[in-house]
Design a protein around this ligand. Sequence first.
Ligand code: HEM
Ligand code: HEM
Length: 133
Amino acid sequence: MEPIIVWYLRMSVIYFVAAAAVGTAMLIHPDIRIALTPIHAHLNLLGFMSMMIYGVGYHILPKFSGVQVYSPKIVRVQFWVANAGLIGMAVSWPLDYNPLFKGMLIMSALLSVLGAVLFAFNILKTIKPIGAK
Ligand code: HEM
Ligand code: HEM
């Protein structure tokens, strides 16, 4: 398996453990629940789920089409963009009453969206029916 794909999978399970820890902290301290819910939700959904799908998708879907991934460079760039976006969102979300962190949250959110767009572009350019030219 390509090292970058292993890194997608590693980060996915790291986010899962982090999200589970945040979720458990929310159960123990209901007063911080509202502040932490978006972090918990997105560590799980953008971190665990999306990062797992990015990694497994890049590993499996080209094989289904009998081709190489369209752009290995996008696979690497997207890894940094998506992780910077999610970590930036997780750090700045509870502090977004401060204009500096609000700006950081918006920039990080845009990076997360860019990560999704890069994946969509790269995987759509990769997959095609077997036998198609
Ligand atoms: C150790 C495992 C987990 C714990 C302890 C946990 C705990 C919690 C808690 C305490 C809340 C807040 C509930 C509320 O205020 O009504 C919550 C919300 C949420 N959790 Fe988890 N959770 C866990 C796993 C997961 C997983 C695996 C996912 C998704 C893959 C997930 C997705 C969500 C989402 C999307 C919300 C927000 C729901 C809403 O908007 O009301 N959680 N979780
Ligand atoms: C691409 C970047 C994303 C951005 C910028 C984003 C942004 C947001 C925002 C601003 C909220 C409202 C949070 C609040 O104030 O309570 C939210 C909630 C939510 N988002 Fe996302 N989201 C993204 C990706 C996703 C993805 C990929 C999923 C699911 C696969 C998802 C699932 C949810 C859920 C379940 C909630 C409600 C949980 C809560 O109450 O916090 N989001 N999102």
